[in-house]
Design a protein around this ligand. Structure first.
Ligand code: ST9
Ligand code: ZN
Ligand code: ZN
Length: 334
């Protein structure tokens, strides 16, 4: 188990000591589950979203074929590079920086992560983080936007194809989002979201391949834009579905999130989900080694050059105690 030694500010030490931020509220969860048993909920589907996602998948399949049989090797490398870059906009940006406040970043890095987040096109960071904070506080209840108790398909993508459960809006309305609303980088993103997405998710991935090495615009668009976007969505969604269903639970056997090697590879270090839900304040999000946590490698690099500071971690002793007491025994405490 790696321990990092670092200097953190007094404010950060205080936050670590009061690390209840985004801890699951088990008493509220019980109450929500009791209320859910009494009322049957009928989903209201949104045909527009079903049509858009269906069309995206047709485009992505064409792009997938082109990646293997038509595209230049540079386009293949670029498409994979855009998966990593846009992935960072979610993992290092929306998730670890903004939703969890698990570290702090200086302005140039915040701007970079915001732009990479536009490339990932998963709603603006404020909306993404609001949903994610609901997910952590009231996991697997009606107030969790991708409640895994409603099945694999719902937690994967179905939740984006229907109206939200009223409990999400009711409970989410109580969240403190003042930190997000006060960030001028996020205000800028929200104000210009659609043009930013058009440029970063679709235009730049295409234009770079066309002018960079003479790829055809058709192939560049279907691979680096459509296929890459769709694939990155699935890599993210698998954390909500597969990593809440399949795998071991060494840190807390009673919760649904698992340690999932496959999804951690496709999501650059986000599949240590049992650890993450147990210790949501830790910027590493898992104890997995560096090759299974490329986001941590990137954040440590940015820390070395001074763009990242106040990385929060959990003490090894606390982790060991937690594993011995509450884990499923699949990973032995040392
Ligand atoms: C996408 C998001 O894909 C994926 C997120 C995944 C998260 C994963 C987390 C896992 C951990 C991290 C791993 C990272 C791995 C990355 C790997 C990368 C390689 N609280 O939404 P509306 C209220 S997006 C409080 O319209 P409807 C609020 O008043 C894909 N209040 O609800 C709101 O108004 P406003 C692209 C809330 O009408 C109002 O309700 N995007 C909350 O029920 C209306 O909100 C799309 O496809 C809350 N949580 O519609 C768009 N939520 O916002 C899809 C809502 O003004 N979404 N309110 O304050 C939609 O079309 C709609 O949201 C809908 C629901 C149809 C789903
Ligand atoms: Zn999280
Ligand atoms: Zn989760």
């Amino acid at each position: 188990m790696a321990t990092i030694t670092q200097t953190v500010s007094p404010k950060c030490l205080e936050e670590i000591a009061n690390d209840q931020f985004l801890a699951q509220e088990f008493d509220v969860v019980d109450e929500l589950n009791r209320a859910a048993q009494k009322q049957k909920y009928e989903p209201k589907y949104v045909p527009r979203n079903i049509a858009i996602f269906a069309a995206l998948h047709v485009g992505a399949f064409i792009g997938f074929y082109q990646l293997f049989f038509v595209a230049k090797w540079q386009t293949v490398a670029w498409s994979l590079g855009c998966w990593f870059l846009s992935g960072l906009g979610i993992t290092a940006g929306a998730h670890r920086l903004w939703a969890h406040k698990s570290y702090k970043a200086r302005l140039p890095l915040r701007v970079f992560l915001m732009l990479m987040n536009c490339m990932a096109f998963q709603n603006d960071v404020i909306e993404w983080s609001r949903d994610h904070r609901c997910h952590h506080k009231w996991t697997d209840t009606d107030a969790d936007p991708h409640n895994v108790n409603r099945g694999f398909f719902f937690s994967h993508v179905g939740w984006l194809l229907q109206k939200k459960h009223p409990k999400i809006k009711e409970m989410g309305g109580k969240l403190d989002l003042s930190d997000l609303l006060a960030d001028p980088v996020l205000a800028f993103q929200r104000k210009h979201y659609l043009p930013l997405v058009a440029i970063w998710c679709f235009l730049i991935p295409t234009v770079v391949a066309v002018y960079g090495w003479g790829e055809s615009a058709f192939v560049a668009f279907y691979t680096a834009a459509l296929w890459r976007y769709c694939w990155t969505l699935h890599a993210t969604w698998f954390i909500n579905s597969a990593a809440h269903m399949f795998g071991y639970r060494p840190y807390d056997a009673k919760i649904t999130p698992t340690e999932s090697i496959v999804t951690t590879l496709t999501a650059f270090g986000e599949g240590g989900h049992n650890y993450h839900h147990t210790f949501p304040q830790d910027y590493r999000t898992s104890e997995m080694p560096w090759m299974l946590n490329l986001t941590r490698v990137v954040l440590d690099f940015f820390s070395a050059i001074g763009l990242v500071y106040d990385r929060k971690t959990v003490n090894d002793e606390i982790i060991q105690r937690q594993m011995a007491k509450y884990g499923d025994g699949s990973l032995k405490a040392q």
